[in-house]
Design a protein around this ligand. Structure first.
Ligand code: ATP
Ligand code: MG
Length: 216
């Protein structure tokens, strides 16, 4: 489903990925672990095709970086749920509107939009906060809105970039158990983190990355 094969990708300053091999199969929950600057966010950017490899290739759900057209990128991203450390919610929209936003731009019917949004809000435990503004929510709740927004298009995979980085330990636990629940329902997850504690005692597939190289 996702495959990065012998990827090298350099930013203009010369930093970047030296040699990266990553595969995620349908339904897998994979942790991408490495220190700050190792290249975790860059791996995710390669998957959502924000950057292009200089050598090797990236395959995602039938698309290949070797022959990907620029205008196909939105099509690919609609199949990916992307979540960041800083939530990236629209501050002037309600919880409901934040989640509905990506459905509105894909032109769904109002009745379908409402049904889908309320379903994912219930899934993340925020059905009762649909009319709140983001600033009225805790950090953990805001991150759950971001997860609901990522889920609403029924993605093939959730790409999570250090998503518990801004949260206190209790909210962090909440978010991890929410991800485990989502995974149990069949969604694949690739979770980038510097935090080894998150995988301690868990039987998860781990890909380690250091200085731009993956160590499997
Ligand atoms: N837009 C950019 N332009 C130039 N260099 C960049 C850019 N983004 C990242 N880099 C460099 O690429 C390397 C990998 O960065 P990346 O952001 O992927 O690391 P990371 O593992 O996500 O780190 P962190 O845990 O701090 O988020 C670093 O050396 C970084 O300085
Ligand atoms: Mg990063």
């Amino acid at each position: 489903m996702i495959e990065l094969s012998n990827v090298k990708a350099f930013y203009p300053g010369g930093e970047g990925l030296e040699l990266v091999n990553v595969t995620v199969k349908p339904g897998e929950f994979v942790y991408l672990i490495g220190p700050s600057g190792a290249g975790k966010s860059s791996v995710l950017k390669l998957i959502y095709m924000d950057i292009k490899p200089q050598s090797g290739f990236v395959r995602v759900n039938g698309f290949n970086s070797l022959n990907m057209k620029r205008k196909q990128i939105p099509l690919l991203r609609r199949k990916l749920g992307i979540i960041f450390q800083d939530f990236k919610l629209l501050t002037d929209r309600t919880v409901f509107e934040n989640v509905a936003f990506t459905l509105n731009v894909t032109n769904s019917r109002q009745r379908d939009i409402k049904r889908k949004v309320l379903r994912v809000l219930a899934e993340v435990g925020l059905r009762h906060k649909e009319n709140k503004m983001p600033h009225e929510l805790s950090g953990g709740e805001q991150q759950r809105v971001a997860i609901a927004r990522a889920l609403v298009n029924e993605p093939i995979i959730l790409l999570a970039d250090e998503i518990t980085g801004n949260l206190d330990p209790l909210s962090e636990e909440d978010i991890i158990s929410l991800l485990e629940k989502i995974h149990a329902k069949g969604t694949a997850i690739l979770m980038a983190t510097h935090d080894n504690r998150l995988v301690r005692g868990k039987n998860r597939k781990i890909i380690r990355i250091e200085k731009g190289r993956t160590i499997n």
